[in-house]
Design a protein around this ligand. Structure first.
Ligand SMILES: [Fe+2]
Length: 266
């Protein structure tokens, strides 16, 4: 893929998103949020692919995936008024549909296009399919990691805002309207102590959600991603919002040891 094509995609993306803006400021702000998320995910991806020492063409493919990974979000929000897939539509599948209907990827080489589409299709799945070829697997892992880094950025920024303006309910909306009470589920703590990923179905409070996000480290593919997460202090912000109990202190130590050991191992 040529650099020129990637530049065209960046312009196309902004034009496509702009086409959804209307008089409705609530809708606009939600669309803007995903537009910025997509752009930041591109930056995170570029840092990651540098660390992974991918070649120039692979970097352009990875950035294209990052730019378009949530392309279904805009139509989703305008049509259904929510980003909740369970209450609307699978945004990854919708994204694929958008890419096909608009034919934006037509100038991309067929094999590369397939990799881009697969990575977008699978970015929101709980697990990646086991039968992916090397290229699909590599780029799927990159977008899943980069997406997580930016989601952690957004959520920790909301937390900082919440600390300053606790009456503002933005954070609660973002964290699935879970009650912000002092407790947390012991099963979730236990899961994190044993390296288990936490499922959304287990969540009862906002603290559970914070623990789930912390547990994402177990689902991160690359040590380089863990390095970004550690350096940007996301885990510290989440731990600051959790109760100061022995359980949570144990989780903090376990997670910190895990992250350090993976970074050291490379
Ligand atoms: Fe997504």
């Amino acid at each position: 893929m040529e650099q020129e094509l990637l530049e065209k995609f960046r312009t196309w993306f902004d034009d496509y998103v702009t086409g959804f803006f209307s008089e409705d400021e609530y809708v606009n702000s939600n669309l803007k949020m995903k537009q910025l998320h997509s752009r930041r995910t591109c930056s995170v991806t570029l840092e990651l692919v540098d660390e992974l020492e991918l070649d120039a063409n692979q970097k352009r493919i990875a950035e294209t995936i990052a730019l378009f990974h949530d392309i279904g979000r805009f139509e989703q929000f305008v049509r259904y008024g929510t980003y909740n897939d369970a209450r609307s539509v699978n945004h990854c599948q919708l994204g694929l549909q958008v890419l096909r209907d608009t034919n934006v990827l037509a100038p991309v080489d067929k094999a590369e296009r397939k990799v881009i589409e697969k990575a977008i299709e699978y970015h929101g799945r709980k697990e990646l399919p086991s039968d992916l070829d090397d290229q699909c697997l590599l780029f799927s892992k990159v977008i899943r990691d980069a997406d997580k880094v930016d989601v952690l950025y957004v959520i920790t920024e909301y937390h900082k805002h919440y600390r300053d303006c606790p009456g503002d309910f933005m954070l609660q909306t973002l964290l699935l309207e879970l009650p912000d009470e002092p407790g947390y589920s012991p099963e979730i703590v236990d899961g994190l102590l044993h390296g288990r990923r936490i499922d959304h179905k287990e969540l009862r409070t906002m603290n559970d959600m914070r623990l789930l996000l912390i547990g994402w480290v177990y689902d991160v593919n690359f040590a380089a991603t863990l390095k970004q997460i550690r350096e940007r202090g996301f885990l510290d912000v989440l731990f600051d919002f959790l109760p100061k109990t022995c359980d949570i202190e144990r989780v903090r130590r376990t997670i910190s040891r895990y992250v350090d050991s993976r970074i050291t191992a490379g």
